[in-house]
Design a binder for this molecule. Structure first.
Ligand code: DGL
Length: 274
């Protein structure tokens, strides 16, 4: 890689843990020539129950770190930090920033039929009202039914996605959404696609599940073209995965969930200097 050419810099992505890897999976599939620099803030996992100001602070520090490491675009691969801090991070960073919520809304509106859309997300995302505002900005008449699912992230991080506990939690959270008659359900947390198979079974075949990652990666591709930022180096891309907490737990979860071997480094970016 030629560090003098900013186009050869990686796409920076971050999340609290392994959730953002669901976005990385879409990215690697659609843009296999791009390099990835991923940061999992596992020291502060889960973000969902934390105050939005705290999540905003983490998001700004991580975004600055990724940009300082040469990321040419930063993807907030986390709905909670997107909900808490998208505008703040976008204003703060010298590089383009993409967040999840906008793409969840676009993708849902493309398939919604009966005017009732469900959103499952963390407590932070639900409390922020970000999805509701984004939907209403485009379609005022839409009924948005939100459900916080605090048990999902710990289940995914511990690899218990096919457990009886996961099924029970999914049934509990989906029941009120089904009762409202939604026909579209946004997976409003990047950890949730790991549970998508069981969620689809529980919600039934008539409800369309929407993973914002697909639309986000399409937008990322357009942005690379618009800004002339596609990676040009003939060398193979390099992928780096960084965490703020225990690398072993992340490697195990990533391997289990992404089905590929990855090298994970622990870095401390939250000292007084940052
Ligand atoms: N995966 C993140 C999201 O999309 C955060 C989950 C969490 O740490 O609570 O919201």
């Amino acid at each position: 890689m030629n560090p003098a050419d900013p186009d050869d810099g990686p796409i920076g992505l971050f999340d609290s843990g392994v959730g953002g890897l669901t976005v990385v999976a879409h990215l690697l599939q659609r843009l296999p020539e791009e390099s990835v620099l991923y940061f999992g803030d596992t020291a502060h996992l889960p973000y969902g129950p934390r105050p939005l100001e705290e999540v905003r602070d983490y998001a700004i520090r991580i975004g600055r770190y990724l940009a300082a490491q040469g990321a040419k675009i930063v993807v907030m691969a986390c709905n909670t930090s997107t909900s808490a801090a998208f505008d703040a991070v976008q204003e703060d960073l010298p590089v383009p920033v993409l967040g999840m919520v906008e793409y969840g809304v676009h993708a849902a509106l493309a398939v919604a039929r009966n005017g009732k859309v469900g959103v499952i997300a963390t407590q932070g995302t639900v409390l922020s009202g970000a999805y509701e505002r984004a939907f209403r900005a485009v379609r005022e008449d839409l009924q948005v039914v939100q459900q916080a699912c605090p048990e999902f992230v710990p289940l995914v991080e511990s690899g218990a996605t096919d457990s009886p506990e996961a099924l029970a939690a999914i049934q509990q959270y989906i029941a009120p959404l089904s009762a409202q008659g939604i026909d579209t359900l946004v997976l409003g947390c990047t950890h949730y696609p790991y549970l998508a198979g069981t969620i689809q079974q529980v919600v039934g075949p008539n409800v369309v599940l929407v993973d914002p990652a697909e639309a986000l990666v399409q937008a990322l591709e357009r942005l690379l073209d618009e800004k002339g930022l596609r990676r040009r180096s003939p060398d193979p891309p390099t992928h780096r995965f960084l965490v703020s907490g225990d690398p072993a737990a992340f490697v195990a979860a990533a391997h289990r969930l992404l089905h590929r071997e990855i090298l994970v480094e622990k870095v401390d970016i939250f000292d007084a200097e940052n």
